[in-house]
Ligand binder design. Structure first.
Ligand code: HEM
Length: 554
């Protein structure tokens, strides 16, 4: 065949090299094609960062997404310990991310580089579909002047000074927890699940702040709709649930279920947000509105914020607290109900009595300040141990970060593994994996009252983040946890159910590892009244005092 071909060519044609080269050219072309394909399937928004280790085993197209599994925080913690790299890079599909694990490195990244890591990444499903109507929440807004304005307005609304105006709300909502626990547990005779009461508490407080509206029933339809939609949206923000954020081709699949589900949730959320704002408008018209963020803005009293910014602030506050507070407080009660936890409860009760010798005084003066050291220690430990937002909220660099000589470029996603940092034995000691409120107390001689240990870094753990985009609701969150816990612990001794006990493992307590905020597994407790007579008296007294507050219930 080759000879036949050769015989047809004119004399002098450079036939031999061409023919000899043909397979070579084909091979080169094939290699170039393969290289181009390889480049395309391993391409990332940010090229490989020199000098920063990358976890081996990234696959084409998906990168480390499959290897990360459902529980990103625990997988990254394991990689840290296995490779001895606290800071490493991974690939989430087409997105390069830097993961930070140890306590000291998390602190150094968030505080030492706070202007560089002030941004948040934009994700296709959450930003492009779910947030297309009400604007981005503060926690998901990229850093710009609008985000700065929203953050400032939220900061003012939740400052220590503003908190004074919320005493009636804290009084009423923490009272409602005990009122309904007392009723539903038949004064301790029936085991109950505590989470629904705490969910209503968390949601009502932020709804009151934002709209001056609350719901009295634990299973109110609107309340449950807000909680259900919020939780479903939280699931759609997780990387493991949403591959289309990192593998763009998936967005174009026919019958894209994620997009359809996102649109459905967006519409349901729009419906209740509009309903709430309409209620505020109606109350303003009738002169019955309560002081709240949206009424102030609707009446154009103070700000230069746009309508979308107002919705965004209200949405941020409502979604900021409705899962984090129940996640932390429910799990905390789970740990306190164990045999060991009951000893801490007794010590807390003793400390409450030290500051409020008459328990009725703990009811009238429990929401103005956080002064009982043992309770503060329990709250800190609950925040640390149950890191409800295990991978925090993602950050993005706006400028280069020089990380021990490796240059992390602008626009790189930064993931803070708060769960790993909060259980870092190098920082919290060898018992970092144990729930122990007393780690936050100074060692004292027997018989001496508990004294809080001063923290050198914010609240002392990473659960509220840190630096330029730290949790805006941190002050109010601490006060909410405190005002609920002091009343619950002064009313009851809490004992875990034998048939449905709590799961107190700091990873496994969470039933949905893929969600942005943990949802504790269900459990039940028995409430043993400390003094039924005093409980009834405190409830009656608070019922009377809070009668006039926030009548506008749905
Ligand atoms: C136990 C309760 C809470 C926990 C554990 C928690 C945790 C967090 C975390 C980890 C962040 C991201 C911080 C960072 O990137 O460094 C955050 C941001 C935020 N939180 Fe909280 N939070 C809690 C309660 C609340 C409450 C009650 C509100 C509002 C009423 C709230 C409002 C916000 C807002 C607005 C942001 C966004 C800040 C920004 O991006 O600039 N949080 N929170």
């Amino acid at each position: 065949m080759t000879e036949d071909l050769l015989s047809t060519l004119p004399f002098g044609t450079p036939t031999l090299p061409a023919l000899a080269g043909q397979p070579l050219v084909l091979a080169l072309a094939a290699a170039a094609l393969l290289f181009a394909i390889w480049k395309a399937v391993t391409h990332t928004d940010i090229p490989h960062i020199k000098g920063l280790p990358e976890i081996p085993g990234a696959l084409p197209v998906v990168g480390h997404l499959f290897a990360l599994g459902e529980d990103h925080a625990s997988t990254c913690e394991r990689w840290w310990r296995q490779h001895q790299w606290s800071v490493f890079q991974i690939r989430l599909g087409n997105t390069r991310a830097v993961v930070v694990n140890s306590f000291d490195d998390c602190r150094k990244m968030l505080v030492g580089n706070q202007s560089a890591v002030i941004d948040r990444p934009k994700l296709y499903t959450f930003h492009g579909v779910i947030s297309s109507t009400q604007g981005f929440t503060i926690g998901s807004s990229p850093w710009d002047s609008s985000c700065a304005n929203k953050r400032k307005a939220a900061g003012t609304a939740m400052s220590k000074v503003a908190m004074r105006g919320y005493h009636p709300m804290l009084d009423l909502e923490s009272y409602c927890i005990v009122r309904d626990m007392q009723k539903d547990s038949e004064a301790g005779a029936v085991e109950i699940s505590v989470r629904p009461y705490i969910q209503r508490f968390a949601l009502n407080t932020t709804l009151t702040l934002c709209y001056g509206i609350r719901m009295d029933a634990v299973y109110d339809t609107l309340l449950r709709e807000i909680l259900e939609v919020g939780s479903a949206i939280s699931l759609l923000r997780s990387a493991s649930e949403n591959y289309q954020d990192y593998i763009p081709a998936l967005r174009y699949l026919p019958n894209n279920e994620k997009t359809a589900r996102s649109k459905e949730l967006r519409d349901r959320r729009d419906a209740y947000l509009n309903l709430l704002l309409d209620k505020v408008r109606a109350m303003i018209k009738n002169g019955t509105d309560k002081p709240c963020i949206s009424a102030a803005i609707l009446k154009d009293e103070e700000t230069k914020l746009s309508g979308v910014e107002v919705s965004s602030i209200c949405l941020s506050l409502v979604s900021g607290g409705f899962e984090t507070i129940p996640g932390t407080l429910t799990s905390c009660i789970g740990s306190l109900s164990t045999p060991e936890g009951q000893i801490w409860q007794d010590r807390a009760y003793e400390d409450i009595k030290r500051y409020h010798p008459d328990i009725r005084d703990a009811w009238t003066n429990s929401f103005q300040e956080e002064k009982v050291p043992y309770l503060n220690a329990i709250i800190k430990e609950a925040g640390r141990y149950y890191t409800v937002s295990s991978m925090s909220l993602p950050r993005k660099t706006v400028s280069e970060v020089n990380w021990n000589g490796a240059i992390i470029p602008a626009k790189t996603m930064i993931l803070i593994n708060a769960q790993a940092g909060n259980h870092d034995v190098d920082h919290f000691g060898s018992h970092a994996g144990k729930f122990d409120p007393e780690r936050w107390l100074e060692p004292t001689a027997p018989g001496e009252p508990p004294v809080e240990r001063k923290s050198t870094f914010g609240v002392g753990h990473l659960s509220f983040g840190a630096g330029s985009r730290a949790c805006s609701g941190q002050n109010i969150a601490q006060r909410l946890l405190y005002s609920a816990l002091i009343r619950i612990l002064s009313s009851y001794k809490i004992v875990a159910s034998e048939s449905e006990p709590p799961n107190t493992d700091y990873v496994d307590y969470n039933q949905f590892k893929t969600a942005l905020v943990a949802i504790p597994r269900d459990f039940k407790v028995k409430l043993i009244p400390r003094d039924n007579g005093v409980n009834e008296e405190c409830l009656a007294m608070t019922e009377e005092r809070t009668k006039g507050y926030y009548k506008h219930e749905t």
